[in-house]
Write a protein that binds this ligand. Structure first.
Ligand code: GYE
Length: 383
């Protein structure tokens, strides 16, 4: 592997990206930036003019560096085999990678949207090997079936970084950056227990709309929630996949509304897009959901549109999954460039969201969990 120096510009960009995604609450980050701004308009204009010149100079410098790096063939070649485009979460993940692995930052990115097709994803990885990229990033559609193609990457001497979902049957990758999906499922379950207790609800009859079957995000969220359900003796009436899509969520919920009419008081959607579809189906069937209604609606991801539905009193609680992992993947690549050994696992920081009346204290394995109130500022700062 060739070693490259990316210069000060890249280092600065990384620092800013990392600061923006470092896991502090989004609203706090925004508030801090606002407080630091100059007090008067005049002062603002004065400081902004030279700042604009410096920025322009920096940009020209960076553009020159990029051109030079390109001419020397020095851009770092990265192939990214993305799952698809099924959800708001996925759109944010793609954008995060395309922003971080841009030419301006010293990268040449080959991006493949695998459209949720496992075979196409393996082919994408093989095409990256043929292109002799420097690094391969994979977000594995499903958790199994990876050892052969990862061995091919290893034999070609191309380090692989796994992002988001996990690979469960091979350790032939350098690092993984993503979320603890089982913790998300446990959080949803333990929150539900605490909230049901507060509301005096003693019997839970839950319908689950799961994510794409075999994806580690689906497996982890199901395992976590089911563990809690078993502990408290809840009834899980059914679990069918909505494939992490709005259309899938709507279709499954339409069937549920017919098969389980009047029999359920909890709906768990394993992502916000499924929840959007499920809400349409419940609206059409005349089922009331959200705080104070017949049905408690739980969702995962906490994208902007999901949090708006929490604020509107439709989704009762939303358990975040943070898609802005690319800056941390870049950190891994930079460590490899510097000949250092990166951490094998990097976890994203996430929050659990609700409105004040639905914020109840709960624990996961004896660890007290904090919940975040959904406000305009929180929504504004979300992905
Ligand atoms: O929750 C869902 C997306 O893998 C964590 O995939 C990700 C999941 C996310 O389609 O919205």
């Amino acid at each position: 592997m060739k070693k490259r120096l990316l210069g000060l510009f890249l280092t600065m960009t990384m620092a800013v990206s990392l600061a923006a995604c470092g896991g502090s609450k989004p609203a706090e980050t925004t508030a801090a930036a606002t407080t630091a701004a100059p007090a008067t308009e005049a002062a603002k204009a004065e400081t902004e003019a030279p700042k604009a010149e410096t920025e322009a100079a920096k940009e020209t410098e960076a553009a020159k560096e990029t051109e030079a790096a390109k001419a020397d063939g020095k851009l770092i070649k990265v192939g990214f085999a993305q799952v698809g485009h099924e959800s708001d979460w996925r759109t944010a993940s793609t954008k995060s990678c395309q922003t971080v692995f841009s030419e301006a930052n010293g990268y040449e990115l080959s991006f493949v949207d695998c459209d949720n097709d496992e075979a196409a994803q393996k082919e994408a990885v093989r095409s990256f090997i043929e292109q002799e990229v420097d690094y391969i990033i994979i977000d594995p559609i499903i958790a199994t079936g990876w050892n052969t193609v990862l061995t091919e990457c290893e034999e070609a001497g191309i380090p692989v970084v796994i992002i988001d979902r996990t690979v469960d049957d091979s350790d032939k990758y350098v690092a993984w950056v993503g979320s603890n999906f089982k913790t998300e499922g446990l959080a949803a379950g333990e929150w539900l227990k605490a909230y049901a207790d507060k509301m005096g609800i003693s019997e839970i009859n839950a319908l689950v709309i799961s994510g794409s079957t075999g994806a580690s995000a689906q497996i982890g969220r199901s395992d976590g929630f089911n563990e809690v359900a078993e502990k408290y003796g809840w009834n899980i009436l059914d679990e069918q996949t909505g494939d992490f899509t709005e259309a899938g969520g709507q279709q499954v919920m339409e069937n549920y509304c017919k098969s389980y009419e009047g029999k359920f008081n909890v709906v768990v959607c394993q992502n916000d897009n499924e929840a959007f579809g499920a809400m349409t189906a419940m609206d059409n069937a005349g089922v009331k959901y959200g705080p104070g209604s017949d049905v408690i609606l739980i969702s995962f991801d906490a994208c902007t549109a999901g949090l708006k539905d929490v604020q509107a009193g439709k989704i009762t609680a939303d358990f975040e999954c943070n898609p802005l992992a690319a800056p941390f993947v870049e950190e891994v690549l930079q460590k490899l460039e510097a000949g250092e050994t990166p951490e094998k696992e990097v976890y994203m920081v996430e929050h659990w969201y609700a409105l004040p009346d639905q914020i109840v204290p709960f624990e996961i394995d004896g660890v007290a969990q904090e919940m975040t109130e959904v406000t305009d500022a929180v929504i504004e700062a979300q992905y």
